[in-house]
Ligand binder design. Structure first.
Ligand code: SF4
Length: 192
């Protein structure tokens, strides 16, 4: 069967209307409410704030038997009224996603495998590399447009990409730290 563009659009909108009518006929709200109620039955609710960004959406964290069983937006939060963005709505995965790496992993240059390393080793390695790179590439003075030398105290050999998982205070400290070392390539990728 060959469909013209017009037929295709007609067919598409008829199917969409059918789905919409079907969805109206089948009211899933009570089922969804019952499923959530079941999940948080006998769970204790704790007020919290989403850790991801400065919007600071309020959350209700439900815990049962020492385990987080659900995280929802807190309807008493005045600026969000219980809404969370997709990232905030998935915060439960910070605590109970079995796929989340919980150990420090290192991949050496040129290697295709990740090795587990102790955190202390990582800290030492990062500090060593920061120091060596800064010693080698730090620019103290350079010529301005008018040809005169000016003090710039700049480090262009290291770039810093912040994490969407760090909070305001950690972002502030990271910024201070980077500026202290002279970094100019300083970015952040919140809510990717
Ligand atoms: S990441 Fe989303 S849910 Fe979390 S505080 Fe920011 S806007 Fe709110």
């Amino acid at each position: 069967m060959s469909l013209s563009r017009r037929d295709f659009l007609k067919f598409g909108s008829a199917s969409a209307a059918g789905v919409a009518v079907g969805a109206r006929a089948l009211d899933l709200a009570p089922v969804e409410a019952a499923a959530t109620a079941l999940k948080i039955k006998e769970a204790k609710a704790f007020h919290s704030v989403c850790p991801y960004c400065a919007v600071g959406c309020g959350q209700l964290i439900y815990a049962k038997d020492g385990k987080i069983v659900d995280i929802e937006g807190d309807p008493d939060t005045p600026h969000t009224l219980g809404r969370l963005c997709p990232k905030g709505a998935a915060t439960i995965q910070l605590s109970n996603n079995p796929l989340r790496p919980t150990k420090a992993l290192y991949r050496a240059a040129g290697s295709d495998t990740w090795e587990e390393k102790p955190l202390e080793w990582m800290y030492d390695e990062i500090a060593k590399r920061y120091h060596a790179t800064r010693e080698k590439h730090f620019i103290e003075r350079e010529k301005g447009k008018d040809g005169r030398e000016v003090t710039v105290n700049r480090l262009e050999a290291i770039g810093s990409l912040g994490s969407a998982c760090i909070d305001n205070e950690e972002c502030y400290l990271l910024t201070k730290f980077n500026r202290l070392l002279g970094l100019v390539y300083h970015e952040h990728q919140a809510r990717v």
